[in-house]
Design a protein around this ligand. Structure first.
Ligand SMILES: Nc1ncnc2c1ncn2[C@@H]1O[C@H](COP(=O)(O)OP(=O)(O)OP(=O)(O)O)[C@@H](O)[C@H]1O
Ligand SMILES: [Mg+2]
Length: 346
């Protein structure tokens, strides 16, 4: 069992289902602020005409529909909302169609977008997938076009993001910093917002593509393994190196714990007292699309901790939730009912 320094065990077999269901019940109404890089995930669907372009060896599609889905930092927010939380966002969108469509989707889901600054000088970070196929056919991505400006934010925009975040922090139970390294999570924003949340006793979680040691003092972090390795400037070749690295992150961040997600290898949770748990994936066989599964884990992990879970229970809930979203195409969400059924089913 965990407890002694560096101890570990395979914890997949001992889910306390009634306890996890009880925790899930207590997700409702938790208040979460997600601060970070907002992204519009756009899908342009076209029906294949069967013709090849005369300009290049590419298929010609006839446009059928367009859709905008929550991406980047909006995705953990969307996941938390679907799980019953009250969600607030702070960040930046552009004064463009993608930004408006994104805010409309988020608003319809009941997410508070009042903390999003509209910056007319840069486009909404948009990832456009051109998809061939219709509902009757297996859709295939043909191309991806990203529209972005990854330069530094205008100082006036940074100031307004900080104002929104600091206005919202007192109203929420937790702050999740979702850093896709698209330019919003600058040192200035981290220094203004993270200590503010910590000083007010809020639970703070960091999900960052960049250096995790910029977020010292956060309660927890949820990097994937490459992000954890990048922070430590080394690769984990085996379980011993993973365990040493995970504990080094906890100590270096002065965190209560770090959850490292490891794709098809599952996830590992490292606690400040030296306890380590390794969880194999909860769903091995019905994997269709792993995009955004890490966002689902971060959202579930934070809500579980707010509900009173310990680190292992929070990781187990995140693991079962991830097992549900990897069955779905695109960056997906899992509802509270779906998660409850998955926990009950085992
Ligand atoms: N191939 C897979 N099979 C089964 N489960 C998976 C697979 N890939 C991911 N998962 C589940 O999703 C969790 C998170 O995945 P991953 O480690 O890829 O996060 P991530 O890289 O942060 O993802 P993203 O940035 O796309 O949100 C894993 O811990 C695991 O539970
Ligand atoms: Mg991730």
């Amino acid at each position: 069992m965990g407890g002694a320094s560096g101890s570990s065990y395979n914890s997949s077999i001992d889910l306390n289902r009634p306890r996890l269901l009880d925790l899930l019940e207590r997700f409702a109404g938790r208040k979460l602020l997600v601060l970070g890089d907002m992204v519009a995930d756009e899908y342009w669907f076209g029906h294949p005409t069967g013709r090849i372009s005369r300009e290049a060896p590419i298929p010609i599609l006839r446009e059928t529909s367009r859709e905008t889905k929550p991406g980047g930092a909006t995705n953990p927010g969307y996941n938390a909302r679907t799980l019953g939380a009250e969600v607030f966002l702070a960040g930046v969108v552009g004064d463009d169609g993608s930004g408006r469509a994104l805010c409309q989707t988020l608003g319809q889901a009941g997410i508070d977008v009042g903390g999003l600054v509209v910056d007319p000088r840069r486009p909404t970070y948009t990832k456009i997938r051109v998809v061939a196929g219709s509902t009757q056919e297996m859709p295939q991505q043909v191309a991806r076009i990203d529209r972005f400006d990854d330069g530094e934010l205008d100082p006036a925009v940074t100031k307004r993001v900080i104002e929104h975040a600091c206005r919202l922090i007192p109203q929420v139970d937790a702050l999740l910093i979702s850093d896709y390294e698209n330019g919003v999570i600058s040192q200035e924003i981290v220094e203004a917002c993270l200590p503010e949340a910590i000083a007010r006793g809020k639970l703070t979680c960091v999900d960052s593509h960049g250096d995790l040691f910029r977020f010292r003092g956060a309660t927890v972090a949820t990097p994937n393994q490459p992000e954890a390795e990048a922070t430590l400037h080394r690769t984990f070749h085996d379980q011993a190196e993973l365990e040493a690295g995970g504990m080094e992150l906890v100590r270096g961040m002065q965190a209560r714990g770090v959850l490292i997600t490891r794709g098809s290898e599952g996830m590992s949770v490292f606690e400040v007292d030296g306890t380590i748990h390794h969880l194999p994936v909860s769903n091995l066989f019905e994997v269709r699309d792993v995009t955004g599964a890490g966002d689902t884990v971060a959202a579930t992990f934070v809500l579980a901790l707010l509900a009173g879970a310990n680190m292992l229970e929070a990781a187990q809930l995140g693991n079962v939730a991830a097992g549900q979203v990897v069955r779905k195409v695109g960056a997906a969400t899992v509802t509270r009912d779906e998660l409850a059924r998955a926990i009950a089913a085992g």
